[in-house]
Design a protein around this ligand. Structure first.
Ligand SMILES: [Zn+2]
Length: 240
């Protein structure tokens, strides 16, 4: 099982690790800062380096609990050797900003429109959130909402990571109006939940990567909305 360094510290850009397993499709390490594609967030890209080799990591994904670094080639690699991992930090940091923005946007719509986030997808440029129940919003209304969220995120709200035992986490999040019904679907083998708190504004169970302070998000712009069925709106946003 790979020790997932990003769970405790999202700012690790490079790290040393040992190759534990080589699959036809990728490399498994004893520890890694690479985030695997999940929860609407793209998998990390970057490089694995040895003294003589530099191998491109095209994507990171998880399969049956394994964290797989999909590499361009496995040639020259051996189980047991030490490598240095390096993230494509520009891409990852953009993802962290967009992901933290998603928490803020989701919470804003929950408080002000009683709309829950039913899915989300982060990209390197335009991101999207599906909200329900929500009726079509005018462009004027969307711009006003963006202004209010931008005011919130520019107020330097700290973002923190904590870990709570499963039952305690569910009770805590229920008190905070988080959609705890989905947490029951998490395999029972998961004994502890990772909680992302944004000051006294938002709390969520999330394994993704986030910035430490909302001021790092920058500026949110809503690009467009698309109706995705009865009272379900898809909102596209970017951070700059
Ligand atoms: Zn998150």
């Amino acid at each position: 099982m790979t020790e997932r360094l990003y769970l405790v510290d999202c700012y690790i850009q490079d790290f040393a690790a040992i190759i534990k397993e080589i699959l036809p499709t990728g490399i498994i390490l004893d520890r890694s800062a690479f985030y695997p594609e999940s929860g609407g967030q793209l998998g990390d890209q970057g490089k694995l380096k040895t003294e003589n080799l530099e191998i491109i990591v095209k994507n990171t994904r998880q399969q049956r609990g394994k964290l797989i670094h999909e590499v361009e080639t496995i040639e020259g690699l051996e189980v047991g050797i030490e490598i240095k991992g390096e993230l494509n930090w520009v891409r990852r940091y953009q993802m962290m900003r967009a992901h933290t923005a998603q928490h803020c946007i989701s919470r804003f719509f929950q408080i002000n429109y009683s709309a829950e986030t039913v899915s989300n997808k982060l990209k390197t440029s335009i991101n999207r959130i599906d909200l329900s129940p929500l009726s079509k919003l005018s462009l004027e209304e969307l711009n006003e909402i963006a202004a209010q969220i931008n005011k919130l995120i520019s107020s330097n709200m700290p973002v923190s990571i904590s870990f709570l035992p499963r039952k305690e986490a569910i009770n805590f999040l229920r008190d905070k109006e988080y959609q705890t019904q989905y947490l029951g679907m998490v395999p029972k083998s998961v004994k502890e939940f990772r909680i992302i708190s944004i000051n006294n504004y938002d709390w969520a169970a999330c394994a993704g990567t986030h910035v430490q302070n909302t001021s790092e998000i920058g500026y949110i712009t809503f690009e467009k909305t698309v109706n995705k069925g009865k009272l379900r709106e898809r909102i596209y946003y970017s951070v700059s």
